[in-house]
Design a protein around this ligand. Sequence first.
Ligand SMILES: *Cc1c(COP(=O)(O)O)cnc(C)c1O
Length: 423
Amino acid sequence: MQKSASDGFRRSGAGDSGATERPVNAGDRLDERPDADTRRFQTDAIRTQAARSGYNEHSVPVYMTSGFMFESAEHAQALFAGEADGTIYSRYANPNTDELVQKLCRLEGTDAGIVTASGMAAVFASLAAFLSAGDHVVASRALFGSSLQVLGKILPRWGITVDFVGGHDPAAFAAALRPGTRLVLIESPSNPGLELFDIAAIAEVAHAGGARLIVDNCFATPYLQQPARLGADIVVHSATKFIDGQGRSLGGAVLGPAELIEEVVFFARHTGPSLSPFNAWILSKSLETLAVRMDRHCDNSLQLAQSLEGRPGIARVLYPGLPSHPQHALAQQQMYAGGGIVTLEIAGGIQGATRFINRLQMISRSANLGDTRTIATHPATTTHSKLTDEERAAVGITPGLVRIAVGLEDIRDIIGDVEQALG
Ligand SMILES: *Cc1c(COP(=O)(O)O)cnc(C)c1O
């Protein structure tokens, strides 16, 4: 493993074997896992596999089939009645999506889950499965743009009210709860402001108010943070980002306790946001290398952040792994390392950021993140251009902010490109 300067996270001091140890959150013990399985993170990520077919293949094949056969009329009847286990139709389940679900459950420490065609399908299913007209939702303001649109524009059409909380103070979430509040939704670290939310504290606040906490764990991935172990009821993912890790496939997941996931499964089976077997196969293969990729994403990010902090031309470097991040202590408490995203406040506002983006030679100008290739995005003019100046300011998106999704190239080339673009 490529080891950089000690960053104070739990893996520090664990020696090189730390890279293969399961990252555990404070108070977590392996024997407390729901399945009492003591295998470690990387082993789970690699060895959770669909049963072998009669061909005895080593690598799981793609089960590109829409339907499955019944042994008899009675077997079909039992499958449809839920009295027998088995596959019926790929909108419901498929060996590839089942494998991905089981693997994600092991990695996140949840008992059940469902995978979806995109991260937004997962976010929407996790809300729509539980909400009815008249219900109330408390949501962080620092959410992915499309999540804000669903909460602010789509759910209200169906008589669901939503209150947004600015900032990360658990007391502010407590104050926003009402008797009809069913769900609380947060994202930590947030995109692109890299604001952290104290998952354990907000889970306590939500539960005290009779609500359930949903955490979008896209930026951290299960390797860096396991919200269910910190008290979250539901974990959602855009698997499109670090879980795929190579910018190929969209995907999403909703994970949690069986009795809650049952409701999400009911919703998804009948509304059809199903993940294709091929994309499930890609994402499950990708999880085999999540730990090694995330170690490198985190190391490259920390080195980039350290090398740019205090440099002329950059007003501010924000990275949860830097001691200068306002919530560095919380990052060390609930994350295993600082993640793969660094934000830079380029001097000169919009003009400075535009010049910087245009001068990049290797780093890609794109809106995606979590790829092997380093990507630079200017949120104020692209992903968050539809927000007002005030709305952007409330979630830390200044005119000069550039989001760097740090890839897996040689760190010298990443730093070199940023340096030459700064001029
Ligand atoms: C990208 C993203 C989503 C949406 O995922 P898609 O796969 O693009 O639908 C949701 N939440 C966060 C934090 C994201 O970054």
